[in-house]
Ligand binder design. Structure first.
Ligand SMILES: C[S@@+](CC[C@H](N)C(=O)[O-])C[C@H]1O[C@@H](n2cnc3c(N)ncnc32)[C@H](O)[C@@H]1O
Length: 273
């Protein structure tokens, strides 16, 4: 990491997410690109695991996925490293009358060993919580231990090679910004004046980190290769039909070799041996 220790990075990242917790759900749902990505992740999860299953949401944020999944009949436990995000999620669960089927704990992914082993049928992690973990191999081992045999992990992960981002920043002459994701170590990414320490992955690197814990990939696709990344939401609002067509194109060809390895995020489903 070089500039800060893993502990400092974790502390700064939790402060950054604490700071945006009260507005995160609203701003996220108002972003048409993020919304479309979220629907795709949820559809894949709902195909991989039947309602009634016990799910673990890794980095659950304000519970944006937990609520509809609990409403759909899943039993959902969220964990998050930001205390303010946990407060938001708890409040929304209670307000939705879902306390019997959903609960959230203030716990980091790096503290997963504190949970009872083999409790969950599936784990999922949406929009990069696993990019904030310092030791992905250790996280893979702990996620594996939290799942029953043949349990499933569904993760949307921020990718290393985002063609839109490279083209956009190169066109603006911002070469170091265009290649920011190529950094191997954790990168300080600004979020509303604070810092989220982020590690970017190619899908192959990510899958390899989980292979030692017994996970095998069963689905891999891009989220945002042909379609633009979420921070181009203003463009998506101006050209909704065009962006929807690009998203549909991503759906059609997003699992093809090469295409699936690039994009703003990738979506991977892995099964535990
Ligand atoms: C980009 S948000 C995504 C939230 C949620 N999954 C969603 O789809 O809206 C990332 C979340 O991961 C959490 N997070 C970051 N590092 C974490 C860690 N080491 N352990 C658990 N949660 C973490 C943050 O607090 C934040 O809520």
């Amino acid at each position: 990491m070089g500039i800060v220790t893993a502990e400092q990075a974790l502390a700064e990242t939790s402060r950054a997410f604490d700071n945006v917790a009260s507005t995160y759900d609203r701003s996220n749902e108002a972003n048409p690109i993020l919304h479309a990505m979220r629907l795709r992740v949820r559809a894949v999860l709902e195909r991989a695991v039947m309602p009634g299953a016990r799910l673990l949401d890794l980095g659950s944020g304000p519970g944006t996925d937990m609520i509809p999944l609990a409403e759909a009949g899943y039993d959902v436990t969220g964990i998050d490293w930001s205390a303010a995000m946990v407060d938001q999620a708890s409040r929304r669960i209670v307000n939705a009358g879902l306390a019997a089927r959903a609960r959230v704990e203030h716990l980091g992914i790096h503290q997963l060993r504190d949970l009872d082993p083999a409790r969950f049928d599936a784990a999922y992690s949406n929009f990069g919580a696993l990019n904030c973990v310092a030791d992905l191999t250790a996280a893979a081992r702990d996620i594996s231990a939290a799942l029953r045999p043949r349990g499933v992990l569904v993760a949307s992960v921020i990718g290393r090679i985002c063609p839109w981002e490279i083209a956009l920043y190169l066109a603006r002459g911002a070469r170091s910004r265009a290649t920011l994701r190529f950094t191997r170590d954790a990168v300080p990414v600004p979020l509303e004046g604070r810092t989220v320490w982020t590690r970017y992955y190619r899908p192959g690197e990510f899958v390899r980190a989980f292979a030692g814990a017994g996970f095998r990939p069963i689905l891999l696709r891009t989220l945002g290769c042909i379609a633009p990344p979420p921070y181009l939401d203003a463009f998506a609002r101006r050209h909704p039909g065009f962006v929807a067509s690009l998203q549909t194109l991503d759906d059609w060809i997003g699992a093809w070799p090469l295409i699936r390895s690039v994009g703003d995020h990738f979506l991977v489903v892995m099964r535990r041996a």
